[in-house]
Design a protein around this ligand. Sequence first.
Ligand code: SF4
Length: 324
Amino acid sequence: MDNLILEQNIANKKIHFERAIFISWYCSLGDCTYCYMSTQKSLISDPNKAKRSTASILAEAYLCKKLGWKVGNLAAGYGSYTPQSILELVKNIFSITNEKIWLNIGVLSEKTIESLVPYLEGIYGAVETTNEIVHKKVAPNKPIAPIERMFKICDKYNLKKAMTFIVGMGETIDDFDSLKNFIIKNNVDKVIFYALNPIKGTMFENNNGPEIDYYVEWIRKTRNEFPNIDIVAGPWVDRVDNLHLMLEAGANAITKFPAIKLFNTIHAKNIEEEIKKAGFEMEGSFTQIPDINIENIDNFDFDPILKEKIKIKLKQYINQLNKN
Ligand code: SF4
């Protein structure tokens, strides 16, 4: 989102939802100590089989557009897609949403980035924490330097840069200066604040995640320091009842809510209420299903077999939305 749109949205008091579309469950690193993928790596013998089907990804992108959600990013572990396969997928999604896309699939080479430029808004660096000691412990093989080098390539091609930050992995609020310096040094356009979600089978499985006030403090300090960047709050379901605090602290978008699975549930309704409570209006809906004509998939320039597969997936997703 450029600064003008950000300012307009804040002035119009609009909050949008950024859906991260998962495109693979494989990661060639697979050893970050907080990550679900690290619990799966030993179970995946063929990375190709961990890829989600193209039809299912495209159906989800179409659904996002219809529901007024943004495709926040395409997410996968490192090394899960070849340069050719990611280009093809990104082109197909772009043809559905007609909006440039963010990628969150690890550090990419300049050659790959260059080929994707026409379809990309920007690239995520999965930084996760700027506390060096914590970083070494939680992401031993995902150093920050290659991410910063990739950000330089983004600058060369006028792409935006986002960074992820997981609150609650051992840092303290005294580490805020290191985040601030990182944002300034790399001219980061968007920060996504996740609250640590303890995953079974990881070193954090018995952790409760951060206290809400502490999580919100990261958002508040960042907004105070950087009035013009995008700040995305990514609380897990158990924290949506405090979403108004995150918005009041300065987040201008939300993510990380399993919005299809939990469509029109009490959690979805709570989010809409929380957005109102903070004095904002939500773009799109977590509770109202718009008219979706599955046959409109025929209008896209896809292979006929793929079109039929997308329609089948779309029907499944719409059934899921109707379940609650
Ligand atoms: S690089 Fe990303 S996907 Fe891979 S294990 Fe680490 S956090 Fe998980």
